[in-house]
Design a binder for this molecule. Structure first.
Ligand code: Q46
Ligand code: ZN
Length: 307
């Protein structure tokens, strides 16, 4: 197997590009896919300050590394979710990465600062753990970006993640979610801009990028992921990809290019119903935002008596 660019021995093949790469050319490939994603979707301007949501996993640490190499001013944000040893470990990987490169890492601790963890919160609210976790992370990432006056929050969602989410949204024709599924969501009243620069790179490429570049990341899966629907969708999409390389990219980019705009009206309608949360001021379609409702259920606090 030879590198497509320089013909030296290859270390990884990327079937959807019908290509194999040596280490240097693979790094060039990853850098280039991030550059193109940022350019094609007009995600970031060179001078913008970016807050990278880092979980200690391969995608977010690779993203942080790639954004720094691309010249962005990028700080990290780690949210401790209180998922036992998994959270302790993942925090260590995020901190080690930041310390070894002398980077700024902002930390938010859900149990310490908000009085509940994801296992307790999801049980109290009778929500699936990933649903309680997802809404908490979205809320806390946004809050940290606004508090720190960052221009954008960058998350490590990759091609596999986004294709699986799209499959779930299409299977249920979730119009609101489809309207919001795009690699860049512009800033609006109370919301920081959100960007997903890894949308053109797959999970396997991100693991390879970390290994080849000496980035240590948490390998264990989150113990609460069991039963997450998206894992099943990923398996199905992997089978499709096996039979027809490029299927995932075609599915996802086809949606971005030809279908996403069709749901734009739904997004506009939703934005018109937003108002500040009575407790925390975050934009919400209800009186109290989903995060504050989760906190109330998990901790028993009374809205209005805390801030
Ligand atoms: S951390 Fe949270 Fe993930 Fe764990 S509970 Fe689910 S969403 S699986 S990225
Ligand atoms: Zn709120």
């Amino acid at each position: 197997m030879k590198c497509r660019r320089c013909k030296s021995p290859a270390v990884i093949d990327v079937r959807r590009h019908n290509a194999a790469f040596c280490k240097d050319c693979f790094n060039h490939h990853c850098t280039e896919q991030v550059r193109r994603a940022i350019h094609d979707f007009k995600m970031l301007q060179p001078e913008e300050r970016v807050l990278v949501a880092v979980s200690g996993g391969k995608d977010s640490l690779a993203l942080w590394d790639l954004l720094l190499k691309a010249g962005y001013q990028a700080d990290g944000l780690y949210v401790g979710l209180g998922i036992g040893e998994y959270s302790n470990e993942s925090g260590r990987f995020a901190r080690d990465f930041a310390q070894s490169r002398d980077l700024k890492l902002i930390e938010v601790d859900l149990p310490q600062q908000y009085g509940f963890d994801i296992p307790t919160g999801s049980e109290a609210a009778r929500r699936a753990p990933c649903s309680a976790c997802g809404l908490s992370k979205r809320h806390l990432f946004n809050q940290a970006a606004i508090d720190g006056e960052y221009d954008a929050v960058a998350t490590g969602h990759n091609l596999d993640d986004e294709a699986a989410v799209l499959m779930g949204n299409v299977l249920r024709w979730e119009e609101g979610y489809l309207a919001r599924q795009y690699p860049v969501l512009p800033a609006s009243e109370g919301f920081a801009k959100k960007v997903k620069p890894l949308v053109k790179l797959g999970e396997r490429e991100m693991a390879a990028y970390c290994v080849l570049n000496g980035i240590d990341y948490i390998i264990e899966e989150c113990p609460m992921a069991a039963g997450n629907r998206h894992l099943g969708y990923k398996e199905i999409l992997n089978q499709l990809e096996e039979q027809s390389p490029g299927a995932k990219t075609a599915f996802l980019t086809g949606f971005f290019d030809r279908a996403h705009q069709r749901f734009a009206d739904v997004a506009v309608e939703e934005r018109q119903t937003l108002q500040p949360c009575a407790h925390c001021d975050a934009p919400t379609t209800n009186d109290v935002c989903a995060f504050c409702r989760l906190q109330v259920r998990a901790t028993g606090i009374t809205i209005g008596t805390t801030s």
